[in-house]
Design a protein around this ligand. Structure first.
Ligand code: GDP
Length: 198
């Protein structure tokens, strides 16, 4: 495998049928989180271009968006949760998403679950963490929008939110602070993803 330098990115497509998603045998990462948590912004930071639509108004896209980085990493952006529809089903997760995650190959390296560092974890986050616990896949918690807090608040919130996740997840997980405004955060995340991708 050549070194992953995050120099090339492509949007493959938005899918409603998981079977239509081509398997490239890449290292795969699934991105999850509430609407408006910063998923699209994270993808745009990693791909260096406005490839994913960001919005201050929560979107309602019900598709799996597939991005490829350096022809070696596949990122799957799943629909943001937090809408009425989410609560309607088992964990509020639609069957097609459940089907997608359940059938993912051994190429799946980690779940990247985004949580807004400013807020306590929500009921939906708890449901999602419980759901992810049932898989044998590494969980990476990405605390987003950390630029919005002071250093002291940030330290405190990382501690509080990590404890909230730990209470539900009960297995080991990795924590990663992230902000689109702090270039170093993106660099560090890329470094870690490069290592996980191997
Ligand atoms: P998504 O719904 O999870 O894809 O969230 P978006 O990426 O569209 O972000 C929602 C809003 O939060 C947008 O207005 C972004 O500009 C803003 N946002 C996302 N990440 C950050 C961040 O790290 N710092 C700040 N200050 N704003 C952010």
């Amino acid at each position: 495998m050549t070194k992953i330098v995050f120099s090339k990115a492509a949007f493959i497509g938005a899918f409603t049928d998981p079977k239509a998603i081509q398997d490239y045998q890449h290292a795969e990462f699934i991105i999850l989180g509430r609407s408006n948590v910063g998923k699209s912004s994270l993808i745009n930071s990693l791909t260096r271009k406005p490839i994913a639509k960001t919005s201050s108004v929560p979107g309602k896209t019900e598709t799996i968006n597939h991005y490829v980085i350096d022809d070696q990493i596949s990122l799957y952006d799943l629909p943001g949760y937090g809408f009425a529809k989410f609560k309607a089903k088992r964990l509020g997760w639609s069957d097609f998403i459940d089907n997608f995650i359940t059938t993912k190959s051994s190429q799946l390296k980690a779940f990247l679950l985004l949580l807004d560092i400013r807020h306590d974890i929500s009921e939906e986050d708890v449901a999602m963490i419980e759901y992810l616990r049932s898989f044998d896949t590494q969980l990476i918690i990405i605390f987003t929008k950390v630029d919005k807090l002071s250093t002291a608040e940030l330290r405190r919130n990382i501690e509080v939110l990590s404890a909230q996740v730990k209470e539900v997840y009960t297995k080991s997980f990795v924590i990663f602070p992230f902000s689109t405004k702090i270039a170093l955060h993106c660099k560090n995340l890329e470094k870690m993803m490069g290592i996980w991708a191997k």
